[in-house]
Write a protein that binds this ligand. Structure first.
Ligand SMILES: CC(C)(COP(=O)(O)OP(=O)(O)OC[C@H]1O[C@@H](n2cnc3c(N)ncnc32)[C@H](O)[C@@H]1OP(=O)(O)O)[C@@H](O)C(=O)NCCC(=O)NCCS
Length: 144
């Protein structure tokens, strides 16, 4: 059901992102086009309205962004995008996956901790609204 995103999907990715984030935080089609052109970056799409973008460098991967359209939330789409993306990253050589998430983002914090991510650091006042970011890490060998 999930499929690998390519340059022909940048409008879909931007539309999903715009539905999930505020206008100031939404990424446009140019950003997705640029990101997908970088070495080590890959995206996955869910046809119902979900997307994840990952970057792999050496043996570490990073979740660059993850978004699910509000109308289809709580259906397991993010869980499946995250699971497939971490599996893909591990197959490409990633030993660990990192991400940053706001301490105020209860939905994402719950998603990540239930997926096996653990807190690896904290960046005070990281976001424009002055909330802290948690750095979270998932080790591929911990997959159950
Ligand atoms: C966070 C987000 C990606 C979750 O997408 P989703 O498809 O609804 O998530 P899933 O259905 O896969 O949920 C998996 C688990 O995450 C947690 N979760 C998801 N949404 C939640 C919510 N609103 N409140 C509490 N926990 C939540 C739950 O543990 C859930 O499991 P459960 O449904 O069995 O209880 C989505 O809410 C979103 O796009 N938010 C805006 C963008 C964003 O914050 N992106 C992440 C930035 S770091």
């Amino acid at each position: 059901m999930l499929y690998r995103a390519g340059q022909t999907d940048i409008d879909v990715m931007a539309a999903i992102h715009a539905s999930a984030f505020s206008p100031k935080d939404a990424w446009g089609r140019d950003v997705f086009s640029l990101q997908l052109g970088f070495p080590g970056v890959f995206g996955l799409l869910h046809p119902s309205g979900g997307m994840i973008l990952m970057r792999l460098a050496a043996d570490e991967a990073e979740v660059l962004t993850l978004a699910v359209t509000p109308e289809v939330r709580r259906g397991g789409i993010a869980r499946s995008l995250l699971s497939q993306a971490t599996t893909t990253a591990a197959a490409m050589g990633a030993k660990s996956v990192f991400l940053e998430v706001s301490v105020a983002n209860i939905a994402a914090l719950s998603l990540y901790s239930r997926a096996g991510f653990i807190q690896a650091g904290r960046r005070p006042r990281y976001y424009s609204d002055s909330t802290d970011a948690l750095v979270m890490r998932f080790d591929s060998q911990d997959r159950t």
